[in-house]
Design a protein. Structure first.
Length: 150
């Protein structure tokens, strides 16, 4: 199951790298309606079209995010990049105690079909980890990031 989830996430990132920016007039109404249901107060998203889904890039105050929606209107996930200062103290304490020599390189909150998570990428020299916490601020798992050969 973990390998399937990792494969799906990597596939989405890979496919989105081939996404093309499109005019909002070309986005199907089913996709726009799902966006309004999921994120109803965001104005003027930038749209990209991948192979099997649309991605709306969002800005909401100091938050930046993206939502992926299939053409039939099925929601895939919503990802918000958040400032580390907004992370709950319980998570910050766990990070400091468990990974004292690591630097947090990215912080996001992700709403996905398999659950909702705070996700952190941390780094210490060449060791890069992805950490998952649930929205109750409980540590779920750590996954090493596999470096790509050059």
């Amino acid at each position: 199951m973990k390998k399937l989830l990792l494969f799906c996430l990597c596939s989405m990132i890979f496919l989105s790298s081939f996404a093309q920016k499109i005019d909002k007039k070309l986005v199907p109404m089913t996709v726009k309606n799902t966006l309004l249901v999921k994120v109803n107060d965001t104005v003027n998203p930038l749209w990209e079209m991948g192979k099997d889904f649309y991605t709306a890039t969002l800005v909401k105050g100091e938050l930046k995010g993206a939502i992926q929606i299939k053409e039939n209107g099925e929601w895939i996930e919503t990802i918000w990049t958040i400032p580390f200062t907004t992370v709950p103290n319980k998570i910050k304490d766990h990070l400091q105690k468990t990974y004292p020599d690591y630097k947090v390189t990215s912080t996001s909150i992700q709403y996905r079909s398999d659950g909702n998570y705070y996700i952190f990428e941390i780094k210490k020299k060449k060791d890069i980890q992805t950490l998952y916490y649930n929205l109750l601020n409980e540590f779920i798992k750590a996954e090493p990031k596999i470096s790509q050969p050059k």
